[in-house]
Write a protein that binds this ligand. Sequence first.
Ligand code: NAD
Length: 264
Amino acid sequence: ANELMKGKRGLIMGLANDKSIAWGIAKACADAGAELAFSYQGDALLKRVTPLAAELGSDIVLPCDVTDMESIDALFAALEEKWGKLDFVVHAIAFSDKNDLRGRYVDTSRNGFLLAMDISVYSFTAIMQRAEKLMEPGGSAMTLTYYGGEKVMPHYNVMGVAKAALEASVKYLAEDLGKDGIRVNAISAGPIKTLAASGIGDFRYILKWNEYNSPLRRNVTIEDVGRSALYLLSDLGSGVTGEVLHVDAGYHVVGMKAIDAPDM
Ligand code: NAD
């Protein structure tokens, strides 16, 4: 434990279970002394999120479906009433129809495209519209992205297009909110076996590929992501905004592995 986040209050969005990237980030923040609130999507997740929140000393567990603007309004109204101000926000939310995460990108339907863009891209902007009003200079927000937004990855399809748009929105948000001293960043995480990832075709193969080809020769964990999130969310990252930080065991720097690499 350390005191990096002492006195800071943050909202964690996108916790589904103890495999969630949001859980890795929440644990790191709580361990550093932050006070946390959680939002969950749908009644079924309430019974999962409540005990996890309690484990980190939080009893603020609020519903929010990001496709419903009134639900986002209600979340921020509740936070304003409880806390008055907000120091950090973690957006760990994405969704696309399972059928769009296999086969060809070119076959994406209009509805599938709009759904992925709405939940995985626009939601972060909608959230920052509301969060901005509760944040003071020194505030920090982050979202999660994936390398499939930069390069073509098997089966990532419409979600890759959504992540490219999300990363662009991080830059525009950083500029808008930077005037008020609020920072906005993203972590581009390597593949991790979570509920959302299980929808992606051949995910086990993707994990193996990353393990063999990344400079660290392993996959990353939600704890790895949590530690880097702490840097972006705390004052350690005070000079950093609009950034996409790769927490992927270095995978994104490799063009090609040598054929005689000793571990091949
Ligand atoms: P997860 O399934 O644990 O979390 C996804 C969350 O999104 C869930 O809590 C779900 O309730 C929430 N969500 C979906 N639709 C929603 C809606 N309409 N309203 C509110 N919440 C909604 O999976 P995860 O892998 O931890 O995903 C978190 C983020 O990390 C996502 O943005 C994902 O794209 C990103 N990411 C994941 C990986 C990976 O390999 N797992 C890699 C890079 C980036």
